[in-house]
Write a protein that binds this ligand. Sequence first.
Ligand code: UDP
Ligand code: MG
Length: 302
Amino acid sequence: MISVIIPFYNESENLATLIKHLIKVNNELNREYEIILVNDGSTDNSKVKIQKSKLQVKSQNFKIIDHKKRLGKGLALKTGIENSIGENIVFMDADLQDDPRDLPKFIEKIDQSYDFINGIRIKRQDNLLVKLYSNLASYFLKTFLHSPYTDINCGFKAFKREVLSDFVFYGNSFRFFPLAVYYNGYRVTEIEVRNNPRHFGKTKFGKGKIFTGILDTLTAYFLYKFSERPLHFFGSIGGVIFLIGFLVSLYLTIERLFFGILLVTRPLLWLGIFLIIIGIQIVMTGIIGELIVFLDKKSNHK
Ligand code: UDP
Ligand code: MG
């Protein structure tokens, strides 16, 4: 059975068409399926629209789950998962940018016993800045974290339910879900998918996505590379800052001792002191991080 999970927030113009296309594709596929629509606290008439188009189909294939308020795409996906029963799961957007006609290609890969299939958007419809950032992020993750994905931010994906067993969905963690699955040793692959322009409604992320995206990429980098050894991360940053501060102060000390230049005349002194303190603070953060990891391992050991 296939569970298609679709989070939506204010997509009233898109839902009816989407449902129609999905049903058509699914009927052609001739598999058992369910469509799970997660209403992420929409404030337009999205819900009414679904109710109407739903009447035309068998209701056992449908679930609509409501969030009382907007919780974000990540938590909407989580809600969808919790309410699904299929052994195969598909994530797609509600705005018709992901094309239901690509669904059979995903299923084909699942049948070839891949565990996780991520989309690659050809002719991606996003503004230039977002595309540039997204390509950079994928490149960064490929180079530093051995990511196997060309388009990690593509929301259109399919996977077996078992890959969820050791992944925690929280806040924005869905962004590095594909990476986590790969690190856990599952068989992953990619397929090219269409990306249609958005005809109705507005994008929910906008340019802010770039900034939060950078933070997400850093989180992924940190979590997967350093979560077992935080001191390596904080220690090297803090260490460098401390060292610069130390050299600055040393320089001023030599000036004072051997050349008689008074420290009151050297505002650089402040920078030296500042860097030393900040450097120590950051190293300390790393030590506290190590302590947390250590205590966690110790308590799991008992
Ligand atoms: N979405 C959601 N909750 C949010 C933001 C977005 O459920 O808080 C849904 C949205 O309705 C759409 C999908 O997530 O179905 C992707 O959003 P969008 O198309 O705005 O993102 P973009 O394609 O512009 O990156
Ligand atoms: Mg979209």
